[in-house]
Structure formats: structure tokens, C-alpha cells
Design a binder for this molecule. Sequence first.
Ligand SMILES: Cc1cc2nc3c(=O)[nH]c(=O)nc-3n(C[C@H](O)[C@H](O)[C@H](O)COP(=O)(O)OP(=O)(O)OC[C@H]3O[C@@H](n4cnc5c(N)ncnc54)[C@H](O)[C@@H]3O)c2cc1C
Length: 387
Amino acid sequence: MAFDLTEEQDAIRAGVADLCKGFDGEYWRQLDRDQAYPEAFVSALTEGGWLGALVPEEYGGGGLTLADGSLILEEINHQGCNAGACHAQMYTMGTVLKHGSAAQKDRYLPAIASGALRLQAFGVTEPDAGSNTLALRTRADRQADGTWLVNGQKIWTSRFAHSDLMLLLARTGTPGEGQKRWWGLSTFLVDLREAGATIEARPIRTMMNHATVELFINDLVLPADALVGEEGLGFRYILDGMNAERILIAAECVGDGRWFVEKASAYATQREVFGRPIGANQGVQFPIARAHAAVEAADLMRRKAAALFDAGQPCGPEANMAKLLASEASWQAANACLDTHGGFGFAEEYDVERKFRETRLYMTAPVNNNLILAYLGQNVLDMPRSY
Ligand SMILES: Cc1cc2nc3c(=O)[nH]c(=O)nc-3n(C[C@H](O)[C@H](O)[C@H](O)COP(=O)(O)OP(=O)(O)OC[C@H]3O[C@@H](n4cnc5c(N)ncnc54)[C@H](O)[C@@H]3O)c2cc1C
């Protein structure tokens, strides 16, 4: 197993790091105060071709592997920026790529690759269903003319206001006898530019700046060709995309973790109290060292998961473990960093409290770590099911 980064991977890291230098702490702090979208940052990433990295070259994208593409998001967070504003532009298109028709791919993928169209909204979660996706109630009913009539409610639809397209999961049928219990949900590609007043979005203010909304969908009409893949198989398609998403989120957490560890080590070395650097005290030094070990271990699992994914092999357990371990490691590093900074950790100007709030999300979303543990316990270790 090779552990060193290739020259190309080093170049990806260096290119992203260079771009991020133009977006310093004050840029993110101001956005955080206003809960505003990092439009300039996302535009710069788009123009640099970074967000189309996973789109195959035949559609005008970068054609990178997941292992290489994940370095982009890792480096964004490692530099103190926040990939959460745009990560979905990299991977949501995977559902269209894998399950869409030739016409859908030709129409959308080149525009997604260039950034002319943003597909970075993903409407799965509903207020009453929560983690139990199969309980979702948004309905799409086929009409006599072949169009679909959609009604329902979604919550936590992030980047909705900054997207042209949204991938929507809705119920189109109920499983009959002998059918799998996940049958009956379907995936749609919604052109938000044509939705008008049939989708009402209400912003949700969150503890970090995340551009997320609640959606009320009333008589939205979708053309017949908005359906992605086969009717009733949408849940399988969403699950298919989840391994890539988990690996990319794990990479972001590794980036966050490294930012916290570096920031904490530097401060612990420079800050003197009682006439010596605080980092000479093991009560300060060891939590940082322990967090470093956790981040590096999580990175190995993320790299294994990405290697399996790129080789086309099953990687569900590894992708889930990578997300679990990396989100816990970045949170451990966040706490060590905050503690190391003492009172200054709470001061906005150090960026620690902002990154602390940002990285905490990944224990909860895009999937709660409890649900990952349940998957490992039930599906990998064959223990009794809780649901
Ligand atoms: C900022 C933010 C952005 C998001 N962006 C998106 C997005 O763009 N698109 C989208 O579709 N969704 C999005 N989500 C939703 C996110 O995926 C869910 O919040 C997450 O999956 C958890 O679901 P829930 O909030 O409904 O919690 P619930 O399902 O209500 O769970 C509450 C708690 O109970 C626990 N729990 C529930 N069932 C079990 C069980 N069987 N065993 C053990 N524990 C259990 C959970 O782990 C959790 O701790 C976002 C969420 C947030 C906060």
C-alpha cells in the first residue's frame, strides 16, 4: 500500500491551498456574522475547475478519482475555509451520472462541470421522517399527460437558494406484496428556475453559516423527463451516492482536524504562562497529540474507503467508518484546540470558535453517527436491528 501522495495529488493540494489564501479569516468571519453565502469563494473554485473535478472528462469535467477529488475538499477545510458551502456540487451529480438517461447526462453534466449550472441542493430529509427516509411523505403523482405533480415538505435543504437544480426524493408508490420495503421512492431532477412560487423556501438560522432552508412544495409540476432512472428505485440510487458523500465528508473532517491540530500546536508553543510555553505542560500537549493520532488514523480509513470506491469494489463499511472516525477526530481536535487557546478560543478573531461550530455538524449530518453505528452493528456485525 502506497502512503505517499503522488505528484498530481501534491499539485491538487498546492493549487487549492493557493486559491484559499485569497479568502482569509476575516472573509469567513464577515460571512459568518451576516450568515451570507461565500459567493466569491465558490465562484473562484468553479472558475478553477475544482468543483467539476469528479465529472468525467467526456462531459467536460476533471475526470478525477474520488481519492484525488477528496483532497480538494480536505485542503479547503485545512486552510481554514469551509467546503460545506459547495461540496454538494462535486458529488450530487453522481446520481445523474450513474442512473440518468443519456439525454439527461448530455444536457446537464457539461453545464454542471463548467459551473454554468449549480446542482448542489439535495431534498431528502423531511421534518416528520427524520433519519427514517422511508417514512418520507412528499408525493409525486404521475398525471395523464405524463408530467408529475409534487406536493410535500422538506427540511434542511442546504444551498437551495444557490442552486439551479435540486435532486429531490419523493414517494411515487407504495411497495406491494413481495416488493422490497424501500421500493416506491423516486428521484427527480428539479429545475428550480422553472419552479416559481410552487416551492416556498424559509431560511433556518443555524449555529454556523450554512445556507439551509425548509421547503414547502405546493403543486409543483415536473416534466416527465425529470425522473432520474427507474420509477420506484430512488432510495437505492440515493444509497448508491452515499458512499461517495461519506468519503468526501470524511476528507473535510480530516482537513478540519489538521487545521485544529496545527493551530493548537502553534499557539501552545508560542503562548507563555508561568514563564514557559503552555505546550510544555502535558495537560495541554497530550490532548493535541491524541487528537493528531485520531485524525491520522481516520485519514487512513478514508484513504482505504476511497481506494475501494475507485476500484469499483464494495466500500459501505469503510465509507461509513471513515465518516464516523473522521467526524469524531475533528471534533476531538476542535475541543483540544479550543482548550489550548483558553479564553482566546472564544474570541471571534482566532477563528477557532467558528471552525469549532462548523466541524460539529459532521457528527449529525449528512447522516447521524448513531445511524452509522446502527449500520455497522446490524449490517456488518449481524447484531439485532433497532429499526
Ligand atoms: C445544517 C444541516 C444541513 C443539512 N443539509 C441537508 C441537505 O442538504 N439535504 C438533506 O436532505 N438533509 C440535510 N440535513 C439533514 C440531516 O441529514 C439530518 O439532520 C440528519 O440525518 C439527522 O436526522 P434528523 O435531524 O431528522 O434527526 P432524527 O432522525 O430526528 O434523530 C434525532 C436523534 O435520534 C437519533 N436516532 C434516531 N433513530 C435512531 C436509532 N434507530 N438508533 C439510534 N439513534 C437514533 C439520531 O441519531 C439523532 O441523534 C442537514 C442537517 C443540518 C443540521
